[in-house]
Design a protein around this ligand. Structure first.
Ligand code: SAH
Length: 344
């Protein structure tokens, strides 16, 4: 069985190559070809001998997925459907927001967190993505848009719960940050989680490799448990104390996402509860107006109530921004990603 080469960190590749009788610098060469030059055919890697090229060709697979379709939205957002080698599929979204060009990546086929408002949750969990399948989303999209435009930021906000596939997510982040590769710095990678406290606690120093976003979505346990079943395992107090422990180490603020649902969490008393929750805790709140999605029984609040909610937070000296919806005409916005079962 050929080995998917994008599954390996630089150090792992060094070890593997050593067993094949290759010098250490070969891993550096391969990283540069694969991630900096976007070259996936070993026979065109001109600084590698023909013998080694042939050896690599017989040992490794350079692709972990293919872009099957892409769809451009009115606002310039592009949604990609990636086909995996076992026939499963995941989606990704490229969001131009000059000077940034952000790619939203997926970490699982489906998701098992079961959030009531999210389309991906309806698929259930099918499987975790391997590190190479996460990395290759970035490679494929970068190759598709050409060298004139560079992906500048990554958000782990596509399909799946990154902390439910923690090892592969961390490995992908290491590969994407490698000095001989894409060199994404920790400031340009955001990992969003529904709040898996045990995993947050095991992150330790690794939390410094990315920015953290936490999907809060409600300020009281009753509402949050209704929206996000994970809250029954890790209620708000536990989640926030885990977050406090992390942000102290990081000296960077955690972003809390708050999907605004009409009549559910958008009232004045919800804003007050949110303000209370963050007394003495400097956080950034991203208000995300709900993207209405077929088959999901929630509504987006009107513009006026969203603004009013934000005003209340601002008056209490919180940082609160309204994140505008992108790509909703092609179902590429937050919570609208889902794929059909693979044809069997
Ligand atoms: N599982 C991770 C990553 C997914 S990110 C997480 O929960 O954070 C998806 C973000 O979009 C989350 O903040 C989620 O609350 C939000 N979201 C989900 N469905 C949405 C919808 N229909 N409209 C707006 N935001 C939504």
């Amino acid at each position: 069985m050929p080995l998917p080469i994008k599954n390996y960190t630089k150090e792992e590749l060094v070890e593997l190559l050593k067993k094949m009788g290759e010098p250490r610098f070969r891993a550096t060469q391969l990283f540069k070809w694969l991630y900096q030059k976007g070259v996936t055919d070993f026979t065109t890697m001109t600084d590698i001998s023909k013998i080694s090229q042939r050896k690599f060709d017989a040992t490794f697979l350079t692709h972990s997925l293919e872009i099957e379709t892409s769809e451009i939205s009115r606002d310039g957002t592009t949604k990609y459907l990636y086909r995996l080698s076992d026939g499963q599929a995941v989606e990704g979204v490229l969001i131009p927001d000059s000077p940034r060009l952000t790619l939203c990546v997926s970490t699982q086929v489906g998701c098992r967190m079961g959030c009531a408002f999210c389309k991906t949750a309806r698929m259930g969990w099918r499987r975790d993505l391997q590190a190479g399948e996460i990395v290759d989303q970035v490679c494929r999209v970068q190759a598709a848009i050409g060298p004139k435009r560079k992906i500048t930021n990554l958000v782990f906000m596509g399909m799946g719960e990154p902390l439910d596939n923690l090892a592969n997510t961390l490995k992908a982040i290491e590969i994407l940050g490698a000095p001989d590769g894409f060199q994404f710095s920790h400031r340009r990678i955001t990992v969003s989680t529904c709040g898996l406290v045990d995993q947050l606690q095991t992150l330790g120093e690794k939390a410094k490799r990315f920015r953290l976003a936490v999907s809060l979505n409600a300020a009281d346990n009753e509402t949050r448990s209704r929206l996000m079943p994970i809250n029954r395992t890790y209620p708000i107090e536990r989640l926030l104390s885990a977050c406090r422990a992390i942000s102290l180490r990081n000296r960077e603020r955690i972003t809390f996402e708050y999907v605004m649902l009409k009549g559910v969490n958008d009232r004045e008393r919800d804003a007050k509860a949110l303000i209370n929750l963050f007394k003495g805790f400097k956080a950034k709140i991203n208000l995300i107006p709900f993207n209405e999605t077929e088959g999901i029984p929630f509504k987006r609040p009107d513009e006026v109530s969203i603004r009013k909610f934000q005003e209340l937070l601002l008056k209490a000296h919180m940082t609160a921004i309204i994140r505008d919806s992108r790509g909703d005409d092609i179902s590429a916005a937050c919570g609208q990603l889902a794929t059909a079962s693979p044809a069997s």
